[in-house]
Design a protein around this ligand. Structure first.
Ligand code: ZN
Length: 72
């Protein structure tokens, strides 16, 4: 399954399979979506990360940390 690399409000990178990308366009990335950040260990507002500004290593590490959206 395709996964999306996202960034929490604290700047941590992780990934999720459940981010509703079809509702997001670059021009209107709003306040994000509440997800449980694996590093914060609490709910954070997360937005899709811009892969163009991330290194391959950052992306690889983010894909290893998968979060799930609460109350799916
Ligand atoms: Zn975090």
């Amino acid at each position: 399954m395709e996964r999306t690399v996202v960034r929490c409000a604290e700047g941590h990178l992780f990934s999720t399979a459940s981010f509703p990308m079809q509702n997001l366009r670059p021009a209107r990335i709003g306040p994000g979506r509440l997800m449980r950040c694996p590093q914060c260990a609490r709910l954070r507002s997360a937005v899709p990360a811009d892969l163009a500004v991330l290194s391959t290593e950052q992306i690889t590490q983010a894909l290893r940390r998968e979060a799930v959206a609460p109350l799916a």
